[in-house]
Design a protein around this ligand. Structure first.
Ligand code: CTP
Length: 408
């Protein structure tokens, strides 16, 4: 077993970068790069005027995400949901923020995608004002900044210096490194909802050796389990990720234990579960393993080859049997009679809830970045729409939080 831990400063944090129509928009390119290299995921929303100052192509290339400007894509009518953007973000950063945008934010005007996103965001919001010194000093602007600050918006003070107008004074947007550091501090202040909780998450496929070169395994990519481990860690939990073989990077703040076989996964998961508040059994564990792995490469013969297999230990069922007051979440990947099978596994393995995905749903299951799942417990079934695996992970973490809440 090998342990790996990693923790870049903004790793895994989701930053919605809003850009408005100011000459300082050129600095947003450097800012975006700094946020990305600190490990953040960045999505950029531009006001229509911002496009005059910096091209969407530049920002899309740097953020590695398409740029959002309009409420919908004029090419195909796809809707850019300000509500889901607001929910997605851990921090909404508007840099540069013009006097006009600050005034609209203060007044609650909602006439572009950035403003509607701001109004629906539940995360911390920071603005980096950029304007001419007289506009900045104007009582209207100062009043707007006070109003925003009273409502919890954090302001990255502009600097004094030469302005685009040729004048010198206060109004120049803070430098990108100052803004990036500000965001880092802002996010570390955020209260973590799962602080102090410990989880074990199993993920990926196990590998059962037949001989030194061959093995039995399956198509699991591990993405879903990694997304859950990352999400729980983002909420402050201590997470041990017991992982089968995968090329995925270790999510920030997660302690990964690499294993190969179902037996190794059982040992690592059982050990971590002893000290945990809960477990999420996301791995695709081989149900059978060769009775004995050959210690030398098997040579082919003329006839058929039969390999005797025996059952592996059911990690989830064993942890379920000894879980006591701890929480246990399972997964079921089904091809038919989905709900009935999932309900049977929920009961048999003593899960608190089970996440069902059907291979019959487009966009669900192995390898992809999306998943379509239902969450099933003893009281009923919640069917979620097709979501990214990161969003599915957030929904699962929400449920875990609700179950761990003292009144639950
Ligand atoms: N699981 C486990 N250990 C195993 C097998 C499965 O922890 N040896 C867990 C999976 O991580 C998942 C759930 O159990 O949370 C899946 O249940 P299972 O009945 O094993 O699913 P299948 O292998 O698809 O079972 P079946 O062949 O009965 O459909």
């Amino acid at each position: 077993m090998e342990r790996t831990t990693e923790s870049p400063r903004l790793g895994g944090r989701r930053i919605l970068l809003g850009i408005t129509g100011s000459i300082a928009a050129y600095k947003a390119a450097v800012l975006c790069r700094l946020l990305k290299s600190a490990g953040a995921e960045v999505r950029v929303v531009m006001t229509p005027l911002a496009k005059q100052f910096i091209t969407p192509l530049t920002m899309a290339t740097l953020s590695k995400n398409p740029i959002l400007v309009e409420f919908f894509d004029p090419e195909n009518g796809a809707w850019n949901s300000h509500v889901s953007l607001g929910e997605w973000a851990d921090c909404c950063l508007i840099a540069p923020a013009t006097a006009n945008t600050l005034a609209k934010m203060a007044a609650g005007v909602a006439d572009n995608l950035l403003l509607t996103t701001y109004l629906s965001a539940r995360c911390p919001v920071a603005v980096a004002p950029a304007m001419d010194l007289d506009m900045y000093a104007h009582p209207a602007t100062q009043q707007n900044l006070r109003t925003l600050a009273e409502r919890g918006v954090r302001i990255v003070e502009p600097a004094e210096g030469e302005l685009a107008s040729g004048l010198t004074g206060k109004g120049r947007m803070a430098e990108p490194d100052t803004i990036a550091a500000f965001v880092g501090e802002l996010l570390s202040e955020k209260k973590k909802s799962l602080q102090g909780k410990r989880f074990v998450v199993t993920a990926g496929a196990t590998i059962e050796p037949i001989d030194p070169v061959r093995f039995i395994s399956n198509h699991s990519s591990g993405k879903m389990g990694y997304a859950i481990a990352g999400e729980l860690a983002r909420r402050g939990a201590q997470v041990t990720l017991v992982s089968g073989r995968t090329a995925l990077p270790v999510p920030e703040g997660v302690d990964r234990v690499d294993v190969l076989s179902a037996q190794e996964m059982f040992e690592a998961a059982a050990e971590a579960f002893e000290r945990a508040d809960g477990g999420v059994m996301c791995a695709a564990v081989a149900d059978y393993t060769p009775v004995a792995a050959a210690d030398r490469k098997l040579r082919k013969g003329d006839g058929e080859l039969t390999i005797a297999l025996r059952r592996t230990r059911d990690i989830a069922a064993e942890l379920g049997a000894r879980k006591g007051r701890r929480l246990l979440v399972g997964f079921a990947l089904e091809t038919h009679d989905e709900v009935a099978h999932a309900e049977e596994k929920l009961a048999r393995k003593n899960f608190d809830f089970i996440v069902l995905n059907s291979l019959r749903d487009a966009g669900a299951g192995f390898r992809g970045d999306t998943n379509k799942v239902s969450l099933i417990d003893r009281t009923g079934r919640e069917e979620l729409p097709l979501l990214s695996k990161t969003e599915v992970a957030a929904r699962i973490a929400d449920r875990i939080e609700a179950l761990l809440a003292p009144e639950a």
